[in-house]
Design a protein around this ligand. Structure first.
Ligand SMILES: *[C@@H]1O[C@H](CO)[C@@H](O)[C@H](O)[C@H]1NC(C)=O
Ligand SMILES: *[C@@H]1O[C@H](CO)[C@@H](O)[C@H](O)[C@H]1NC(C)=O
Ligand SMILES: *[C@@H]1O[C@H](CO)[C@@H](O)[C@H](O)[C@H]1NC(C)=O
Length: 264
């Protein structure tokens, strides 16, 4: 090989080396950026949203709460734990920092009717999601994203919070069930497995079941799952059942002069 040829080979090797180094640097950069995004999203924006929402709800409800303290209590539930393995009791401190305030005769439970219950209750009834913690954490997943672990953590929080919400239920209460399902009182629901068991007749006078249906009516007040509900209900709590279609419910709710009387 002559001198020119050797120089050419050297140049090509140099170019290849530069290309490889560039590639490695580029990959490293991408990794660093991705890591930074992932890490900064871990608690930062969640903490901000949490405190922001908490302050908004607190202002609306006119009940003073130290939202930074509530956040710390929430964080304490899973600090030092795998966030996907938080036991129900871990939320005790959080719940006692921000307990639900019962609105006697206006408390609304629901199962399988999430799509309508909040519109139907707006301004008149209090659902779990209207309590401060419920409002702040509704729609949040704080362990993974959609996976089963995230679900488990959510269940342990909602289980604990629902227990408390049901335990303070008082006066005449309402539950909205889905009459477009074959088992409106589903044994695996939070309502059946947790809330109903917490109702006591010294606080609660009656429970009105509102069976909401769309075009597809699969169950009404004669449904056999409601027999199980009546069996679970503490003696002394009056049981009432009403049926209403989604469209009648909204027609009634959207009347301009509508007061808070029931729409069923
Ligand atoms: C009731 O359940 C049906 C079937 O799962 C669903 O399509 C419908 O949206 C539910 N109704 C409400 C009010 O959430
Ligand atoms: C519950 O409703 C009944 C009528 O259905 C009423 O007589 C009673 O006073 C109500 N209870 C409370 C605590 O308001
Ligand atoms: C309620 O459902 C049962 C059985 O599905 C049916 O026989 C009955 O006619 C229904 N009642 C009303 C008032 O729709």
């Amino acid at each position: 090989m002559d001198i020119e040829g050797r120089r050419g080979a050297k140049k090509r090797r140099k170019r290849r080396l530069v290309a490889v180094v560039c590639c490695v640097v580029l990959v490293l950069l991408v990794v660093v950026v991705v890591l930074a995004v992932v890490l900064s999203n871990r608690s930062g924006p969640f903490k901000e949203t949490f405190i922001e929402k908490c302050e908004r709800v607190t202002a609306e409800s006119k009940r003073p709460a130290d939202c930074v303290k509530v956040w710390s209590a929430f964080e304490r539930a899973y600090v030092g734990r795998d966030p996907c393995q938080v036991p129900v009791e871990a939320y005790d401190h959080l719940i006692s920092t921000a307990p639900p305030h019962p609105a006697c005769n206006r408390m609304m439970f629901w199962s399988g009717t999430k799509d309508v219950v909040h519109q139907a209750s707006k301004g008149c009834y209090q659902t779990m999601e209207d309590s401060m913690l419920g409002a702040v954490l509704d729609g949040h997943t704080w362990c993974g994203k959609e996976g089963s672990n995230g679900k488990r953590l959510l269940l342990s929080f909602w289980g604990r919070a629902s227990t408390e919400f049901a335990a303070v239920a008082c006066g005449n209460t309402t539950v909205m069930l889905n009459g477009s399902r074959t088992t409106p009182f589903s044994p695996t629901s939070i309502f059946a497995s947790i809330e109903v068991k917490k109702f006591t007749s010294d606080r609660m006078s009656s429970l009105t079941v509102v069976m909401v249906t769309n075009d597809n009516v699969l169950a009404n007040c004669t449904d056999k799952s409601l027999k199980d509900l009546r069996k679970e209900l503490a003696p002394g709590i009056k049981y009432i059942c009403k049926e209403v279609t989604e469209s009648d419910l909204f027609t009634c709710k959207n009347k301009p002069d509508k007061t808070c009387g029931p729409c069923w």
